[in-house]
Every structure is written in structure tokens, then in C-alpha cells.
Design a protein around this ligand. Structure first.
Ligand SMILES: [Cu+2]
Length: 136
């Protein structure tokens, strides 16, 4: 008699505890964008420059919508065009591409998918002054 009451109490306590744990797990689902936007300095210490191997610069990074690319460069020798894939591969400006020229350009990655950037000063893109980043 007495022992069955004790068992019931233990079972009830266990059930309450269990439902608390289940609720706390369900409160906050994980999302892919679980961090604040990040601003990346393109080319790290070298900046946006043809002396740097820019092609591999994005490889160890994960870009999300809202992140920014900071292009720093000598505006008398370089610029930044956002082009399409064909423009990236051919190093030629396509219709609808966008241009930045300040030497201190912060460009927001506003949507998912591939983004392509090149410098269109003669020979620069052909020598590796271009990057492509995939935005998640
Ligand atoms: Cu250039």
C-alpha cells in the first residue's frame, strides 16, 4: 500500500521532469543563419591586389546573406565590377554589371547564390584579380 504510493510519486515526478526537458528542447530550433553578419576583407592583408592569389581566398570561408565584402585597393590602378559567371570566366564586363571605384568599397552579399567580382584594368583579371563567392 505505502510502497505503491511512493512508486506513483516517483513516476509522476519523472513524467513532469521529462516533459520539461522535451519543452526546453523544442523552444529554440536551430537555423542556418545563427550568427551576425560578417565583413570580410578581400585578400586579407594584401587587399584587392593583383600581387595576391585572390582565387583561393574565398575557399576557407562560408558566406551567408547579409555578409559584406570589403574591397580595399588603389583606386588609380584597380576597380571592382560585379559581373555574371560569363563575365567572370571571360574577364569581360557584361551588361548589367555593377562598378565600384572608391578604393574602400563595402559590398553587401544580398542574396543567395554565386557572386562574381573582377577588376577590369587591363590584364588584371586575366592575371587572377577576380573572385567568386557562393552565398548560403
Ligand atoms: Cu586591378
Amino acid at each position: 500500500m505505502c510502497s505503491s504510493v511512493v512508486v506513483m510519486v516517483i513516476v509522476s515526478v519523472a513524467l513532469v521532469f521529462q516533459s520539461d526537458v522535451a519543452q526546453s528542447i523544442n523552444i529554440k530550433p536551430l537555423t542556418t543563419l545563427s550568427r551576425k553578419p560578417v565583413t570580410y576583407r578581400v585578400g586579407n592583408i594584401d587587399g584587392w591586389d593583383k600581387s595576391h592569389s585572390l582565387g583561393v581566398w574565398p575557399n576557407d570561408k562560408t558566406f551567408y546573406v547579409g555578409d559584406k565584402l570589403f574591397f580595399q585597393y588603389d583606386y588609380l590602378e584597380h576597380n571592382v565590377y560585379m559581373v555574371n559567371e560569363k563575365g567572370y570566366n571571360s574577364c569581360k564586363i557584361n551588361k548589367g554589371s555593377r562598378l565600384w571605384t572608391s578604393g574602400n568599397d563595402v559590398i553587401t552579399l544580398g542574396k543567395k547564390g554565386w557572386h562574381y567580382f573582377i577588376c577590369d584594368y587591363p590584364g588584371n583579371c586575366e592575371n587572377g584579380m577576380k573572385i567568386k563567392v557562393n552565398v548560403l
